[in-house]
Design a protein around this ligand. Structure first.
Ligand code: SF4
Ligand code: SF4
Length: 342
């Protein structure tokens, strides 16, 4: 939600945007246009990474206004293929795989089967698993310039999870956690269960099984998903987890507040070329490589699809975070670090 009363029209949100390259003056002018409901190129050029919500010193949530204007004007356009995928997600067959009633429930949204050989091993043994369209969180619609879809479907998403009777639900997909821990508050929806971020679960598991952890002595670059902007405190938990398993997160330009989108959204926008998307992907990859990373670590499976081969080609082994933990627990990764053997 955009808080107009907090906005001082300082322009910092747009002047810090890595994708727009606006001067401070232009940023102020364009943001004022957005506030007043006037036409602005921002709505078609913004790639919906949500970073400006973090750049705003007043906590006014400028991206939420941009996203709203994108929907009102219809100027943010994505390919039919992308829209088709989003529509199909909510219709995917759903499944509940019953586990040990004394163990937690894990929701995979619709992304749990994207990478083979990941939801396996001791970390996931005995958990009750939810997957499919009933557990699709709709958060991704912000990247389609249609935030109303997020609000319209939020209660249904919460109700479907609540029907399982679980009191605590671990969310594998960062989008689902952002929806439950942040977005639903704006819609005044009460949660009858506690959402647990996958990073929290992994960290607690490692602490409980510390005697079995072999430190990995690895330097990695981290690909922060866009949805992490909504729960930035999880960065601290991630740092703690990495330290526990002997992994150093390299300091680099495109991490934390300045993290780049995996560029999957750019590739889906009809006014951007594949070359432009690739340029952003390679900026990110080269930044990681130049910072001395041996590995490239992901939280989101969609980010994996966009960047894993480029990372591998540049000499950095790709890992989804849970696989990095499995490695530290002495498990063999039968499908590679990120669902593909090269
Ligand atoms: S939303 Fe925040 S950063 Fe953007 S103009 Fe307003 S106060 Fe400045
Ligand atoms: S959401 Fe991202 S791309 Fe859009 S204006 Fe904000 S920082 Fe720029």
């Amino acid at each position: 939600m955009f808080y107009k009363e907090k906005c001082t029209v300082c322009g910092e949100c747009l002047s810090n945007c890595p994708y727009l390259s606006y001067s401070e003056e232009k940023a102020k002018i364009e943001f004022e246009k957005l506030i007043n409901g006037n036409e602005s190129l921002v709505t078609s050029e913004c790639i919906t990474c949500a970073a400006c919500n973090m750049f705003c010193p007043e906590g006014a949530n400028p991206f939420d206004l941009i996203n709203q204007r994108q929907e009102e004007t219809g100027t943010f356009k994505t390919t039919d293929e992308w829209l088709g995928m989003m529509k199909m997600a909510s219709r995917m067959p759903s499944k509940v795989i019953k586990g040990d009633p004394n163990k937690p429930t894990l929701s995979l949204c619709t992304v749990g089967d994207i990478l083979p050989g990941v939801i396996t091993g001791q970390l996931f043994k005995g958990l009750t698993i939810l997957k499919g369209g009933d557990y699709f969180c709709y958060f991704g619609w912000i990247h389609g310039g249609k935030p109303s879809e997020v609000e319209k479907n939020a209660q249904k998403f919460v109700d479907n999870l609540a029907k399982t009777g679980a009191k605590e639900i671990i969310l594998y997909h960062d989008d689902c956690y952002a929806m439950l821990a942040s977005k639903v508050k704006e819609f005044n929806i009460q949660l009858p269960f506690k959402p647990i971020h996958i990073i929290e679960y992994l960290k607690d598991y490692v602490i409980e099984n510390e005697d079995r952890v072999e430190k990995l002595d690895l330097k990695i670059a981290y690909q922060q998903p866009c949805a992490s902007r909504y729960n930035f405190d999880k960065n601290r938990v991630l740092d703690e987890l990495l330290e526990l398993i002997g992994v150093e997160r390299v300091d680099r330009k495109y991490d934390r507040e300045n993290a780049l989108c995996c560029a999957g959204v750019i590739a889906s926008m009809t006014n951007k070329s594949k070359e432009e998307a690739n340029e952003w992907k390679m900026k990110n990859i080269f930044d990681a490589k130049e910072s001395g990373a041996d590995g490239f670590v992901f939280l989101c499976p969609i980010c994996v699809l966009n960047l894993r081969t480029r990372a591998k080609t540049q000499g950095m082994e790709p890992y989804i975070l849970s696989n990095l933990v499995r490695l530290a627990l002495g498990e063999t990764l039968t499908h590679g670090g990120a669902g593909k053997i090269y």
